[in-house]
Design a binder for this molecule. Structure first.
Ligand SMILES: Cc1cc2nc3c(=O)[nH]c(=O)nc-3n(C[C@H](O)[C@H](O)[C@H](O)COP(=O)(O)OP(=O)(O)OC[C@H]3O[C@@H](n4cnc5c(N)ncnc54)[C@H](O)[C@@H]3O)c2cc1C
Length: 433
């Protein structure tokens, strides 16, 4: 039998929450392995083109990794701080390089191994404990033993292989999106155009960032049929439909942002696509529809928006924007009552106030509901039926509605960090917490 390499912690998935967990495990001197199926880190933040980080935390619990990320990104001019003081506007391509540096920083290097383009082939269990796994990496099989395992895949693929139980309470589903970026946009001209048609600062926010990134101009604007509000851009979208350039469904959600460190790029948080995750054939056809929609939106902006005349498609996300997939059955299932009452927990994973945010495919069915400040217990990140399995990020053990608030990036990073600290305490004091 081949010798198994032994780790304290193995984290499957090097995305938003997995990177935070790996960084903090290594910083706490835990021998850590991070396994990522792509050839880069960052998950939805990089491959999914999901920028910017939404402001969520009201107290900086478990935000050490996030502040180091901002600091490292600044060095690479891969970050700006927007006028609302949100310092989580990152450049998704540069972030891949930033994450490499941050995770393997001098002190962490001794404790952290990263395996790219690797996936789990098999799992071995002894009753309620996962004892070892076999990885497939570059056509090699690598047997690994560890004390604790963390699923940060977003999909729950690893937990499923382990036999973890999941919640099954979905009545409505979140819509997915396939994000993309247009380049060669004259942002100065577009900003003049948008300011002219839209006096409502709720919709359009423009900002010249003199300090951080050499006088870049930044903006965000949107239009959606989710609310009764009359959006300034909607008349252009309607005209696009009348002219046969857009489909009516393209009006459902249109949101664009400038990109940190890229003077002429615009990132799109659309098109939305149907959530057919239970039917791989329909799901694959949806991706083809999404690319058609991207092409329509590209032609639309070139024709109707000043500054977009010479735009080019520079990036279509390599990771589909799946908002919600599986949530684990955790030791404590976080519920709507908890979020509404702002229930307090000892040693919370986070304290945040990002709203309940449900993207529905039906007109007027989406929700954006403000909450009081809420916190989350670490028990919502521990499997109820497997003693050494943790699940972080999108996999949090929360009901559907509270998940829609907890899933934002900064909260996912806090989950990764909190689990690292929890494991450190568990392994070093050898007691259940
Ligand atoms: C369309 C969309 C828009 C959003 N907008 C915002 C926003 O504006 N601001 C905000 O803060 N949040 C936003 N969010 C939410 C946020 O981006 C995600 O909830 C969060 O990034 C999820 O983090 P995660 O760690 O769970 O997953 P991910 O970041 O997706 O990481 C999962 C990682 O696991 C890897 N992986 C998967 N399977 C395996 C496997 N079997 N083996 C090895 N590796 C594997 C993946 O390649 C990936 O790197 C948005 C989400 C979506 C989908």
């Amino acid at each position: 039998m081949e010798n198994k390499t032994k780790y304290d912690v193995v984290i499957i998935g090097g995305g938003t929450s997995g990177c935070a967990c790996a960084y903090m495990c290594a910083k706490n001197k835990l021998k850590t392995l991070l396994v990522e199926k792509n050839n880069f880190l960052g998950g939805l933040m990089t491959g999914g083109l999901v920028v910017p980080v939404m402001k969520s935390s009201v107290k900086e619990y478990n935000c050490e990794y996030y502040s180091q990320l901002v600091k490292t990104a600044k060095k690479y001019k891969a970050q700006i701080t927007y006028k609302d003081k949100n310092d989580g506007w990152f450049n998704p391509e540069l972030l891949k390089i930033v994450l490499d540096e941050l995770l393997l920083s001098q002190n962490n290097r001794k404790y952290l191994d990263i395996l790219f383009e690797s996936e789990v082939l098999a799992v071995e269990r002894n009753d309620k404990l996962i004892t070892s796994i076999v990885l497939k990496s570059n056509l090699l099989s690598i047997p690994i033993e560890a004390s604790c395992f963390v699923d940060a895949t977003g999909s729950g693929e690893f937990s499923l292989m382990c036999g973890c139980e999941f919640l099954d309470d979905i009545s409505i589903k979140q819509q997915n999106s396939l994000r993309f970026i247009l380049g060669n946009v004259d942002i100065e001209r577009f900003v003049k155009f948008i300011k002219n048609i839209d006096y409502d600062e709720d919709i359009t926010n423009t900002y010249r960032n003199d300090l951080d990134t050499n006088d870049e101009i930044h903006f965000t604007t949107a239009s959606t049929w989710d609310t009764n509000k009359v959006w300034a851009l909607d008349k252009y979208l309607k005209k696009g439909v009348r002219d046969g350039i857009l489909l009516d469904s393209d009006r459902n959600y249109f949101q664009i942002f400038s990109v940190a460190g890229a003077r002429n790029e615009v990132a799109f948080n659309c098109p939305r696509i149907n959530n057919y995750l239970d039917n791989p054939f329909k799901y694959s056809l949806e991706l083809i529809e999404a690319r058609k929609a991207i092409y329509r939106l590209y032609n639309f902006t070139k024709k109707y928006f000043d500054g977009f005349e010479n735009a080019v498609i520079v990036n279509i996300a390599t990771q589909t924007g799946i908002r919600e997939q599986k949530r684990i059955k955790s030791k404590y299932i976080y519920s709507k009552e908890d979020i509404i009452s702002g229930k307090a927990f000892d040693n919370p994973v986070l304290e945040a106030n990002y709203p309940i945010d449900i993207h529905s495919k039906d007109k007027d069915k989406s929700l954006l509901v403000k909450t009081v400040n809420y916190s989350l217990p670490v028990e919502s990140l521990i499997s109820s039926n497997l003693d050494n399995l943790y699940a972080i990020g999108k996999l949090v053990g929360a009901d559907f509605e509270t998940h829609s608030a907890l899933r934002v990036q900064k909260s996912c990073m806090s989950m990764g960090e909190a689990v690292a600290r929890h494991i450190k305490q568990k392994l070093f004091s050898n007691t259940e917490i």
